[in-house]
Design a protein around this ligand. Structure first.
Ligand code: DC
Length: 227
């Protein structure tokens, strides 16, 4: 059967990864969360004192890029591939507000992007992949057969992320989360290299009022029409 590349881009906390994961499972495709890769680089930078409150040694981070090896390993119980940094499982550690705060500045660095985009393109060379991020339909796979651009209001997204973080035991306020979501939107959409923009041929889905089931049904229909 013909295999395609499905690119899902959009603002932070639009629920891209939830839907991309389920779509990949239904189609028996590989799912790749590229945000996890930018978060892994940020985790490395943070733990090597290259980024922190009021400082960012971007040149040192660029020099250290060869020491950063990001891999994914499928977790059968969780039914998705978890991210590893130099052999260490960091899937949970990269989902904190601290890493969310520093990830957008790290993702503006062209050398970082180049390294990760190369790796992402290799992962998709045999197609049969659902990849989510910010520049998948525009830069990583401009020829992807199906491109989706997910949106939802900043408040809807902040509410979702706040609930998720509270459930995981993080102690923070809704305002902090909203501030993080809107700041990331701004940095991600205005950076020079590969800003978050909707590809011309992407289908926009505002999921503020859509259930996960309804989104999945819509995406499956779109994907199957391409097969
Ligand atoms: O999808 P996420 O929220 O986990 O992504 C974290 C950050 O990584 C996001 O704020 C911007 C950056 N990112 C990017 O620049 N390009 C991608 N393809 C994916 C994420």
């Amino acid at each position: 059967m013909k295999k395609i590349i499905i690119a899902i881009d959009g603002f932070s906390s639009t629920g891209k990864s939830t839907i991309a994961k389920q779509l990949a499972k239904s189609l028996n495709y590989i799912y790749v969360d590229t945000g996890a890769m930018y978060r892994a680089v940020t985790y490395f930078a943070f733990h090597n004192q290259l980024i922190g409150e009021g400082f960012f040694h971007s040149e040192k981070l660029i020099k250290a890029l060869d020491d950063i090896h990001i891999t994914f390993k499928f977790n059968k119980e969780l039914e998705f591939a978890e991210v590893y940094l130099n052999g260490k499982n960091i899937e949970r550690d990269i989902r904190t507000l601290k890493i969310s705060k520093y990830v957008s500045p790290v993702a503006t660095i062209s050398d970082v992007r180049q390294k990760l985009v190369e790796q992402q393109q290799l992962m998709g060379k045999d197609k049969g992949i659902v990849m989510d991020g910010r520049d998948i339909g525009t830069v990583v796979f401009p020829n992807a057969e199906l491109k989706i651009f997910m949106t939802a209001s900043a408040e809807t997204r902040a509410k979702r992320r706040f609930k998720e973080l509270l459930e995981r035991g993080h102690n923070l306020s809704y305002d902090e989360v909203l501030e993080n979501v809107t700041t990331r939107d701004r940095i991600d959409s205005t950076r020079k290299d590969s800003p978050l923009v909707k590809a011309k041929d992407a289908i926009e889905i505002d999921n503020s009022n859509l259930t996960i089931e309804a989104q999945l049904e819509r995406l499956l229909k779109l994907a199957k029409a391409m097969l």
